[in-house]
Write a protein that binds this ligand. Structure first.
Ligand code: ADP
Ligand code: MG
Length: 412
């Protein structure tokens, strides 16, 4: 029984919202799409059924660090039979994992999407007998998502070559359009769609105004001193990361920058130090994120307006995964809207839609019409929490947004 596995193997008393429904759907061999917030507990949705079955569960995960965290925490929980295959392994390590797959010792195999481009490898998995194919961070398959990965486009073919095992797609980012895209691109058959609430009651959201770029540092300092680190500061550009990290250090806050301009080793080191609580504050561009499953992040500060609502939800969602009170603050400066807009219009993914969305958000924000928690970036008008709640419910009732989340769709 799923409940027994949950208790005896993972030591949890009860399922979180949506988990049991997903587990049952998967155990009925149905294609399933699970949309749950970051930290909602998506991993258990496949780990529990994987352990209840004889066959192999293959989990596609976009980042090595994500896989490593998962496998490490399974090992820590003394859950046997999990392994990861990715480019971080030596050939010997890889052969050893592949051998254990063949002998059936491994029940859960985490793989990087590019690994599945090898038909030979896929066929070896097929021989081992894949009973469930899991696509984690499934929004990566959608060009509408904010994290599109070309390697994910091969996955439908992989599913076919594996003999069509049931597919479980999981994501925290799914506007209706991305949702449809996942179902369609993965060719999911009559899928069960489970969506849980995106309400994160332990997170508080705020917007603080900065009139000049120079005001950002004192505002950030003020918040960092009040809320105990560890925490993340998101900045717009590499330069802003460097400047803010330096500024924070000069006031005695140990902070390191993280952006795509650093070497891979440097980035890995910063992330590692942050994960192990050695480094209290990371000042990062959006490059920092997906692999960061750190439970005790006490604050996520945006030193600039976020790029989009879905992006903001993900970034702010890294706070408070342990359920403890945590703060999400956007430091808003009007001029940053313009800078952000220029950056967005340079990005490749559907420029027009991005700019339209952005315009709509700014307009809504300026009109004071939207200030749902997830839309904090749009909170230029500075509505208070009560007004926000009333507005959110009204929008929901009017069908303009679902669960405070589908604003993307509402403004398109
Ligand atoms: P997601 O992938 O949705 O972001 P995770 O699967 O990483 O979330 O889970 C987040 C945290 O919640 C993990 O530390 C996990 O152990 C914990 N968790 C998941 N399900 C439960 C549960 N039913 N009871 C208690 N803790 C849980
Ligand atoms: Mg996850």
């Amino acid at each position: 029984m799923p409940n027994r596995v949950l208790k005896e193997i993972f030591g949890f008393e009860s399922f979180r919202p949506g988990q049991e429904e997903v587990v049952r759907s998967v155990l009925e061999d149905r294609d399933t799409l699970a949309v749950m917030p970051t930290g909602g507990g998506k991993s258990l949705c496949y780990q529990v059924p994987a352990l209840m079955r004889e066959s192999l569960t293959v989990i596609v995960s976009p980042l090595i660090s994500l896989m490593k965290d998962q496998v490490d925490s399974l090992i820590q929980a003394e859950v046997a039979g999990a392994a990861a295959l990715n480019s971080g392994l030596s050939p010997e390590e890889r052969w050893e994992v592949e051998r254990r797959v063949r002998t059936g010792e491994i029940k859960m195999l985490y793989v990087a999407p590019e690994r599945l481009r090898s038909l030979e490898f896929v066929l070896s998995l097929k021989r081992a007998g894949v009973g469930l194919f899991v696509v984690d961070e499934a929004h990566c398959v959608s060009e509408w998502g904010h994290d599109f990965r070309p390697d994910y486009l091969f996955l439908p073919r992989v599913v076919r070559d594996l003999g069509r095992p049931p597919v479980l797609a999981l994501t925290a980012t799914a506007t209706p359009r991305v949702r449809e895209d996942i179902v369609r691109s993965m060719r999911m058959q009559d899928p069960r769609v489970v969506v849980t609430s995106f309400d994160r009651p332990n997170l508080t959201y705020r917007v603080v105004e900065a009139r000049k770029a120079k005001e950002k540092l004192p505002v950030l300092l003020d918040h960092i001193r009040r809320m105990q680190p560890p925490g993340i500061v998101y900045a717009l550009s590499r330069k802003e990361c460097e400047d803010l990290a330096r500024g924070l250090r000069s006031f005695g806050v140990e902070a390191a920058p993280y952006h795509a301009g650093l070497s891979a080793e440097e980035r890995a080191r910063v992330q590692e130090r942050f994960m192990t609580d050695e480094l209290p504050v990371v000042v990062a561009t959006v490059a920092f994120g997906m692999g960061v499953d750190k439970p005790n992040v006490r604050f996520v500060l945006h030193a600039t307006v976020p790029a989009s609502l879905p992006a903001y939800t993900q970034e702010a969602g890294r706070a408070g995964r342990d359920g403890e009170p945590s703060e999400c603050v956007v430091v808003k400066r009007d001029a940053d809207f313009g800078r952000r807009k220029r950056l967005i219009s340079l990005s490749k993914t559907d420029e027009d839609a991005a700019v339209r969305l952005f315009d709509a958000l700014v307009r809504l924000a300026r009109d004071g019409r939207v200030n749902v928690p997830a839309a904090t970036l749009a909170a230029a008008a500075g509505l208070d929490a009560d007004a926000t709640g009333v507005l959110l419910r009204a929008l929901e009732e009017a069908g303009a947004i679902a669960r405070g989340y589908d604003l993307w769709e509402a403004v398109e």
